[in-house]
Design a protein around this ligand. Structure first.
Ligand SMILES: Cc1cc2nc3c(=O)[nH]c(=O)nc-3n(C[C@H](O)[C@H](O)[C@H](O)COP(=O)(O)O)c2cc1C
Length: 328
């Protein structure tokens, strides 16, 4: 698949996720083999207002490339302005979010709301494509509701508008994150357009990555939730695609990567903020490791990096004395 200057064969991509895919996490996923990483969605209103939190999200690191900046919004002139600002920050491409299902986004005619008006989605995409000097891509869902699947029409329209790739989260808006993603739409989409199609939704394991490529013929696979606390999935999936098997990550590597992720957060924020915001990640990194609840309960109460490192290393040492450190 080729998107502007980015060329990846059977790429495995990190999905945009709000409050998750910030720069430190993207860098970690990149190190573990994610072929393209996406920023969390950035409010076009925030960017145009110069809101500090939105501008912070535009910062990119060289060792995470190729990276896409994702924006969302409902107002055409604001979206165009925001897309220009995003493009000026130097990503490999700009991605438009037409898939977010949450209420406070769709009530502003943004995100998945555009699935109710594919013509407007096409128009907005074309305006952005014409305004920026970077490739533009789109991420969306199958349709607004299960009885109104519009993805084939949407795919044709956004290709006509000049988008260079389309990511499809294979659920409808009314499903939120419930039910099963229906990958069977991907081959049908590929029949009607020639731009790269990226399959997304419920890719949880290296085996799923292979199945997603084999069953759908997608040009790339995008992983969201399964990468949270488990950035190793990219490396394991690549190993599986190449050899048909993979070596599970050791408990020591999980602990070391967790600490490395926290250190990257500390480079970008105050220690207090970094440590507080990082608390949501321990569960993922330690998931399935024996007796992890004691360690987790301790680290979420600690206030300095030094204390956290000491506690986590002690836990990794304990695990190495066990015959079966992985509980599930
Ligand atoms: C915590 C969280 C935040 C998300 N934020 C975004 C976002 O900012 N932009 C976006 O396009 N999708 C967002 N999504 C949706 C994911 O990108 C992805 O489409 C969805 O989780 C399905 O993929 P998965 O089954 O691999 O998780 C988010 C999902 C989660 C769980």
């Amino acid at each position: 698949m080729k998107i502007g200057s980015v060329s990846v064969d059977r790429g495995i991509l990190l999905a945009p996720m709000e409050d998750v895919t910030n720069m430190p996490f993207r860098r970690i996923c990149k190190r573990y083999g994610a072929d393209i990483v996406y920023t969390e969605f950035i409010s076009s209103d925030g960017l145009v207002r110069d809101a500090r939190r939105s501008l912070e999200k535009l910062k990119l690191a060289d060792d995470e490339r190729p990276v896409a900046i994702q924006i969302f919004g409902g107002d055409e002139s604001i979206m165009v302005d925001a897309a220009r600002r995003a493009a000026e920050s130097g990503p490999e491409f700009v991605d438009i979010n037409f898939g977010c299902w949450v209420k406070n986004v769709v009530v502003r005619n943004a995100g998945a709301a555009l699935l109710k008006d594919p013509q407007q989605m096409e128009h907005l995409t074309r305006s952005i494509v014409n305004a920026v000097d970077k490739p533009v891509t789109v991420k969306t869902r199958l349709g607004w509701s299960r009885d109104n699947i519009v993805i084939l029409d949407v795919a044709r329209r956004i290709q006509d508008a000049g988008a260079k790739a389309l990511t499809v989260h294979c659920r409808t808006r009314d499903m939120g994150h419930d039910g099963e993603a229906d990958w069977s739409w991907i081959p049908r989409i590929k029949e009607v357009v020639s731009i790269p199609i990226i399959v997304n939704g419920d890719v949880k394991t290296p085996e799923d990555v292979k199945r997603a490529f084999d069953e759908t013929g997608a040009d790339a696979v995008m992983i969201g939730r399964a990468a949270i606390g488990h950035p190793f999935i990219f490396k394991l999936a690549k190993q599986y695609l190449e050899t048909g098997s993979y070596t599970p990550t050791t408990p020591r590597e999980r602990v070391e990567t967790c600490l490395e992720h926290l250190r990257l957060e500390l480079d970008n924020k105050s220690e207090k903020r970094a440590i507080h915001e990082f608390r949501k990640h321990y569960g993922g990194y330690l998931k399935g490791l024996r007796n992890n609840s004691w360690c987790r309960q301790d680290v979420v109460r600690l206030e300095t990096y030094g204390e956290i490192e000491e506690r986590m290393q002690r836990y990794a040492d304990e695990l190495e004395t066990l015959l079966d450190p992985v509980a599930e």
